[in-house]
Design a binder for this molecule. Structure first.
Ligand code: CMP
Length: 140
């Protein structure tokens, strides 16, 4: 079934000039980008975005990192998009992510792992509301 998911190029990905690489992989896969914007997250937005990790020992460091520079957030649409994009980004830890995945090819770190993607349709709904409004989505 056609789904939407959220894909975010994190500050390390922007600093390393990997926005185009990430967008290119999404496009070559045949997925459809229906919204995209660059933004600098406020501490409040970052804490809300990563609220499920609020009790983790790395939460403070994660919020510092994600607010350290711009991110590029996009809404990606396609058949089974949530799972397909998860497979394309690879495991959280760049050292363990399979070669051929975005993290496997470009990251050697568990926090600075280039991209974030929604892990379920429910996560997408929640994360989308933090970063976008419905009017940001372009149907095509
Ligand atoms: P992401 O997929 O965006 O979801 C939560 C993020 O927390 C994760 O990618 C990493 O950037 C970060 N993260 C996860 N585990 C750790 C960890 N053990 N130490 C530091 N950062 C982590």
């Amino acid at each position: 079934a056609v789904e939407r998911t959220l894909l975010v190029v994190k500050p390390d990905g922007v600093v390393r000039r990997l926005i185009g690489e990430v967008v290119s992989r999404v496009e070559r896969k045949g997925l459809k980008i229906v919204a995209m914007k660059m933004m600098r997250l406020t501490r409040e937005k970052a804490e809300e975005f990563y609220s499920v990790h609020r009790d983790k020992p790395f939460f403070g460091e994660l919020v510092e990192f994600i607010t350290s520079g711009p991110v590029v957030a996009m809404v990606v649409e396609g058949d089974e998009a949530v799972n397909v994009v998860r497979l394309m980004i690879g495991a959280t830890d760049g050292r363990k992510a399979a070669p051929g995945t975005i993290r496997g090819d470009f990251s050697l770190d568990i926090m600075k792992n280039i991209v974030h993607a929604s892990d379920s349709p429910e996560s997408f709904q929640r994360e989308f509301k933090v970063l976008f409004s419905e009017s940001d989505v372009v149907e095509w």
